[in-house]
Design a protein around this ligand. Structure first.
Ligand code: NDP
Length: 311
């Protein structure tokens, strides 16, 4: 029997597990490496209310447990290891788990996701999921009727502020310079929304609250003046970082490190290597869209194995 695996999946968020479900059911005997954060970004989310099929919502970690069980039910082997290096130079791909022996595979599905960037404040860490969030579309609903703050001045921050402005009486946008990085149209939308207050030259000094967010203390970096703003939700929107560093010698990526797929597919320029989820998506970034592209990647991988007469 060949030691070359049919399909290795790197990453254990909705994209990776969906790829595993499809690959396992197609008889590809997938092996999934979870990486350092098994379950991915949903493990730091509380209620998920926008994933179809859960009419009462579900906790993020419980949902990822379901994903994993479903993938294992069809024979996916889950390995709790981190991949630190890949070699895509030959027709058979080489994958290196941390501290382990080289693994070979005919196909690789990359679903390593992205991580939100954080300010790095102690209070931000402590109040995570207790008012601090990095996703307005995921968590904004919980702050309906309450005042919130958004930190950042890019397109994400502008979008999040606009989204929250439909739910919350006042949205305080904390912008560290005297201008925004967001596209002109998004800036215009923000500035024309009456209940978004833009605080220019403003940085976050501390998020306030013991058990949950009660306010934010901000500092004007021109005058040094500190002000406390009462809020219930604090949304960090200072960018995401795709977890794609180990692929930089092999695959095309954009300036921010998002992998580039062949349009209308999950293929990359390297035959047998496929991408899915937030590692290749800086626009939608939803569990359901990640799951969708995970499915695409597995279907493309299956087609590849069939064409190569491997399965
Ligand atoms: P960006 O890197 O574009 O913006 C990050 C923002 O966060 C900047 O305004 C930056 O400030 C600010 N920031 C960074 N660190 C801090 C900090 N420590 N304290 C306060 N503010 C901070 O990230 P985005 O996620 O907004 O966008 C990423 C890419 O995705 C962009 O190319 C964007 O255009 C794209 N995008 C497109 C969308 C669309 O087309 N619908 C939607 C969302 C994103 P500063 O400006 O001072 O550096």
């Amino acid at each position: 029997m060949s030691d070359i695996l049919n399909c290795v999946i790197i990453g254990s968020g909705p994209a990776g597990y969906t790829a595993a479900i499809y690959a396992a059911r197609a008889g590809m005997n997938p092996v999934l490496y979870t990486g350092m954060e098994p379950g991915g970004q949903l493990m730091i989310t509380t209620d998920v209310e926008n994933y179809p099929g859960y009419p009462d919502g579900i906790m993020g970690p419980a949902m990822m447990d379901h994903f994993q069980k479903q993938a294992e039910r069809f024979g996916t082997e889950v390995r709790y290891e981190m991949i630190t290096k890949v070699d895509f130079s030959g027709p058979v791909h080489k994958i290196y788990p941390e501290g382990g022996a080289e693994v070979q595979a005919h196909t690789v599905v990359i679903s390593t996701g992205a991580s939100a960037k954080w300010l790095g404040l102690e209070s931000e860490q402590r109040l995570m999921n207790k008012g601090v969030s990095a996703c307005a579309v995921c968590d904004g609903f919980f702050y309906k009727g309450m005042d919130v703050a958004v930190v950042g001045a890019g397109d994400t921050a502008a979008e999040e502020a606009s989204y929250l402005a439909k739910l919350c009486p006042t949205v305080h946008m904390l912008v560290r310079r005297d201008e925004m990085r967001a596209s002109k149209i998004m800036q215009k939308r923000v500035l024309n929304t009456k209940n978004i207050i833009v605080h220019w030259n403003t940085e976050t000094d501390e998020i306030l609250g013991k058990e949950e967010v009660e306010g934010v203390r901000v500092v004007n970096n021109k005058t040094g003046e500190k002000t406390e703003i009462p809020i219930k939700g604090f949304f960090t929107a200072i960018g995401h970082k795709p977890n794609t560093g180990i692929f930089k010698d092999w695959l095309e990526m954009d300036k921010a490190g998002y992998l580039i797929n062949v349009p209308d597919s999950a293929k990359t320029k390297i035959p047998g290597v496929f991408v899915s989820g937030d590692a290749q998506d800086n626009i939608y970034r939803q569990a359901v869209t990640a799951a969708g592209t995970g499915c695409m990647a597995a279907l493309d991988a299956e087609r590849y194995l069939t064409e190569q007469e491997i399965i």
